[in-house]
Design a binder for this molecule. Structure first.
Ligand SMILES: Nc1ncnc2c1ncn2[C@@H]1O[C@H](COP(=O)(O)OP(=O)(O)OP(=O)(O)O)[C@@H](O)[C@H]1O
Length: 697
């Protein structure tokens, strides 16, 4: 038989599950499910709190349409867009505990096992067999849709709060490339270590973790990425593990920790983890692809998988004997890890091993021991059914569950602002950006140099105001549009380990980038205002500067909004450009009276309020008097008034405002509208980020 009989397997699993449901175990599991864990505040270390991880009957399915989803980017873009405005998150078709195999594709089926404190459990199997999926479920990172089964920590259900005891180290190393190893670990320590520890103690713990993972040599090197040269791949992997070990978790889940490392580095890392498990009584579960024989020797237990099924769960040392009983003899000179992968890549031996395991499982459950227990290295299924009574390791102490964040809201805000500032300092204090501001100011000074107070220069004056308003209403948008999309991977990783609140992250981003929205307009306005000869009094200058700063902050808000709504820089830029041009069109400069029925649209444009406010500041001042060209002959639209000196005639600024149709709103109303934009857009941006960060979890 050269293919796997999936129907037979599914039938077997179904019959085993049926038997399980008939058995007394079901009641016990249900009781567990309903158990409410007593909350208490604790700073206990995992050394005092060794945790046994048990998982039983784990299934995971995905809706068929998800697998066959080959929609184009354009379609998914459109879906993203429409989802933004739809009321509820679209739920997957699969519900917890109810998996309809007609509509769903099983990814993993009926997986069970356990991992003890002080031991390493390795999950192995061919590519695509479901190892990472299982690890994600054990780490509670898949969500509820499509998942069924029981996961217990010391007999208690894995819930949001107990997740703190479980550290998860992802396969890809996700960091801010601009931070050094020491900075990365220090910020993690400050965010994730208990608030009872002083800042000094937290930093000390970060230092000792650096030493534990032999990272001292590269502690002050930037993490780096494709563009910034940083630490090596092996060092990055160790930083990734260090960030998780820092918090002293009881259970450590690692997804392919040795991928990308050479055999000696892999062995070094394996030894570190083994020592850590033994000395600190940690429970370590790792997905590993093809370990060398020396690394393989470090494992205590093995869970072998193929096509989403268990093929073997038991002691690593018993694997070779088990394979021999199944008719597959591993040559003594062979690495058993290589041999088993060879077997599982062959369809015939794979199916035989899956079926052998099923038979074993069935006989364990029904109590019909077809194989003598002593010669059966597969552990009795009953030992992994959650129980309160046996085993003093399991119940060495109740899990002390914390319901709070380690750092207070204010501490999170300060730490994240500091980190954001460090991480974005190149953008915030970018020399290129400064050059852009100064060179633009220089050219504006050239074009609008000392504008005279006469009728001819009126349009130059409001041209200069419009240009300034438009530039500062959009330029800051471009610098904040990347903020959230670029951080998303790190945010997702850190939020999954419950490092901080989303609100503190959101606010920290804004406080770190506040300078960007304030400093540059100050430089620009201070130069251009006086050189181009706008109203020469301090009050008007500061009002003008203040208005530009508000426009710049509103533009930043829109940048955050588009970034948070799309989480994709390219899409956000397209929308921002369309938005920018539309706002300019409606802003009241190109057309003074919009076509009938569309005139209300100008109130949607924040540039309209910014422009109107600046015009009020400049043209309603008592100093805004523009000399008529020829005595008594102003343009046909403006009326020349008598000046104090009877030979002079002037045009008042108020009449310019009136002529441009900007007299409908007073300066105060414009200002209020701008504050409204500033607050509302940021609130909407926060909710978009909240919604999208949940979706990507
Ligand atoms: N949410 C999902 N949507 C679609 N397919 C999924 C999803 N989750 C898992 N799969 C599929 O399930 C299978 C198992 O995936 P998983 O990543 O767990 O494999 P793996 O054993 O870790 O593989 P590798 O060793 O190559 O990393 C794969 O075929 C994968 O494409």
């Amino acid at each position: 038989m050269d293919h796997i009989d999936h129907e037979l397997i599914i039938e077997k699993v179904a019959s085993i599950q049926e038997k399980l449901h008939e058995s007394d175990f079901t009641d016990e599991i249900t009781n567990r499910r309903n158990k409410i864990i007593q909350s208490s505040v604790s700073t206990s270390s995992s050394k005092k709190n060794p945790v046994r991880l048990e998982f039983y009957g784990i299934n995971y399915s995905i809706p068929k349409k998800k697998r066959s989803n080959n929609s184009s980017d354009r379609e998914s873009w459109w879906n993203e867009f429409t989802n933004l405005f739809s009321r509820k998150n679209k739920q997957s078709d699969v519900e917890v505990g109810k998996i309809d195999n007609e509509k769903n594709i099983p990814i993993i089926q009926n997986i069970h096992g356990y991992a003890n404190p002080g031991e390493i459990l390795a999950i192995m199997g061919p590519s695509g067999c479901g190892k990472t999926t299982l690890l994600n479920i054990l780490g509670n990172r898949v969500g509820k849709q499509g998942v069924s089964g029981t996961i217990n920590l010391n007999g208690h259900r894995l819930i949001k709060e107990t997740k703190r005891f479980v550290a998860y180290c992802t396969q890809s190393d996700i960091f801010f490339p601009q931070l050094t190893v020491r900075e990365t670990l220090s910020f993690t320590a400050r965010l994730r270590l208990p608030r009872e520890m002083s800042r000094g103690e937290k930093l000390k713990q970060a230092e000792s973790t650096i030493q534990l993972l032999n990272l001292s040599k590269c502690a002050d090197t930037k993490i780096g990425d494709n563009r910034v040269r940083g630490v090596s791949g092996g060092e990055k992997k160790r930083v990734s593990i260090a960030c998780e070990l820092l918090t002293d978790p009881s259970v450590i889940l690692l997804d392919e920790p040795t991928s990308g490392l050479d055999s000696s580095l892999a062995l070094e890392l394996g030894n570190i983890l083994k020592g850590f498990a033994k000395k600190q009584h940690k429970t370590i579960v790792m997905v590993i692809h093809q370990p060398s024989s020396q690394v393989f020797e470090l494992f205590d237990n093995l869970l072998l998988m193929a096509d989403g099924h268990v093929v073997y769960f038991g002691k690593r040392a018993d694997l070779v004997d088990y394979l021999t009983t199944q008719g597959y003899k591993c040559h003594p000179n062979f690495n058993p890890a290589d041999y088993i992968l060879e077997l599982l890549n062959d369809p015939t031996s794979k199916q035989k091993l899956i079926q052998a395991y099923m038979r074993q499982l069935e006989s364990d459950i029904t109590g019909e021991k077809t194989v003598h227990k002593d010669s059966n290295p597969i552990r009795d299924i009953s030992s992994i059914i959650p129980s309160d009574e046996n085993d003093d390791i399991i119940h060495s102490g109740p899990l002390k569950v914390k319901h709070r964040w380690e750092a207070t809201f204010l501490q999170q805000l300060v730490i994240l602002t500091e980190r954001s500032f460090k991480q974005r300092s190149k953008v915030i204090l970018s020399k290129l950006d400064l050059m852009q501001t100064f060179s633009l100011a220089f050219f504006c000074c050239l074009v609008w140099f000392q504008l005279p107070y006469n009728e001819n220069a009126i349009s130059d004056r409001y041209g200069s105001i419009f240009f300034t308003c438009v530039f500062w209403s959009f330029h800051p948008m471009m610098s904040t549009i990347t903020s959230f999309p670029l951080d998303m991977e790190v945010l997702k990783k850190e939020r999954q380990s419950r490092s901080y609140r989303l609100l503190s992250y959101f606010l920290s981003k804004q406080s770190a980038e506040l300078l960007l929205g304030i400093l540059h307009p100050i430089f620009y306005v201070t130069i251009v205002y006086w050189v181009s000869g706008l109203i020469p009094d301090a009050g008007s200058f500061f009002a003008y500067l203040g208005s530009i700063i508000i426009s710049s902050l509103i533009a930043q808000s829109f940048g955050y909004l588009f970034g948070a709504a799309f989480l994709n820089v390219q899409q956000a830029l397209i929308i921002a450009t369309v938005f920018m041009l539309t706002s300019m069109l409606l802003g009241g400069f190109y057309i003074q009276s919009l076509p009938a029925g569309l005139s209300w649209m100008k109130y949607l444009s924040f540039t309209y309020y910014g422009y109107s406010l600046l015009m009020h500041i400049q043209f309603t001042s008592p100093l805004a008097r523009f000399k008529c060209n020829t005595v008594g002959q102003a343009s046909s639209y403006l009326e020349c008034l008598d000046a104090d000196n009877v030979n002079d005639k002037y045009i008042s600024g108020n009449s310019v405002i009136k002529l441009l149709g900007l007299d409908t709103l007073k300066w105060f109303e414009n200002l209020m509208a701008m504050f409204g934009f500033l607050i509302v857009i940021r609130v909407v941006a926060y909710f978009c980020l909240r919604r999208n960060s949940r979706k990507t979890k």
